[in-house]
Design a binder for this molecule. Structure first.
Ligand SMILES: C[S@@+](CC[C@H](N)C(=O)[O-])C[C@H]1O[C@@H](n2cnc3c(N)ncnc32)[C@H](O)[C@@H]1O
Length: 199
């Protein structure tokens, strides 16, 4: 079994606290919660989406969850943790398991989330792993496959997350990303140019 620190490095894991979500993101979206499907493709423990349920009256949460919330993570343990966290908001386990799913969303974008009359709003803190690090370490080298074909030239996992959203027509997103997206030179020129073209 991989050690905790090792897994964090392998999967670019840095979880966001509910406090950060409530302070910086919730005020931006709280008047619109019924208008979107809320998704985190790299959800960790679900802290960037599940607290939205607090705004929904208890008797309506299950229906809201079924229609409005979808979470994914590559790590089984984190998916299980997110399901447990959903239970705390009154969502039954079998229903939580339908919309909180283990999946490699960098490799297989879950296009079924787009099948709805509601547009997707992606809120995430995506995995960060710089390609220079990925190349150098045995346990991350498998990630190099993500950077092939149309993804050649990108430099970090978070950049692939962003471009996948744009390719799938996502218009609304909140991304917690490193400041080098705006200020870095060679590491982020391509993603900046490609991303800002979609403005
Ligand atoms: C920076 S953490 C953030 C988690 C959560 N969004 C939060 O803010 O608390 C990134 C998450 O992405 C997950 N992850 C890494 N690679 C992934 C992939 N290819 N597909 C799906 N999830 C992935 C990691 O397991 C980790 O939980």
């Amino acid at each position: 079994m991989k050690s905790l620190g090792n897994k964090r490095r392998t999967y670019g894991e840095h979880l966001t606290s509910i406090g950060i979500f409530k302070k910086f993101i919730l005020p931006e979206i709280e008047r619109e919660i019924y208008n979107y499907r809320w998704v985190d493709l790299f959800c960790g423990e679900g802290n960037l989406i599940l607290p939205i349920l607090e705004l929904v009256p208890e008797g309506k949460r299950i229906e809201f969850f079924k229609k409005h919330i979808f979470l994914f993570d590559i790590q089984k343990e984190l998916v299980e943790k997110s399901i447990l966290n959903a239970l705390k908001y009154g969502i039954p386990k079998e229903i939580a398991q339908r919309n909180i799913i283990q999946r490699d969303t960098l490799k297989n974008y879950p296009t079924f989330i787009l099948d709805s009359d509601l547009p997707v709003y992606h809120i995430t803190n995506p995995p960060y792993l710089y390609i220079g690090y990925i190349v150098k370490h045995k346990e991350t080298r498998k990630h190099l496959e993500y950077f092939q074909g149309p993804n050649e030239g990108y430099q970090d996992l978070y950049q692939l997350a962003l471009i996948n959203d744009l390719r799938n027509g996502i218009k609304k997103m909140v991304y917690i990303i490193p400041s080098n997206f705006l200020f870095g030179f060679s590491v982020s020129n391509k993603i900046r140019d490609d991303f800002l073209r979609y403005r």
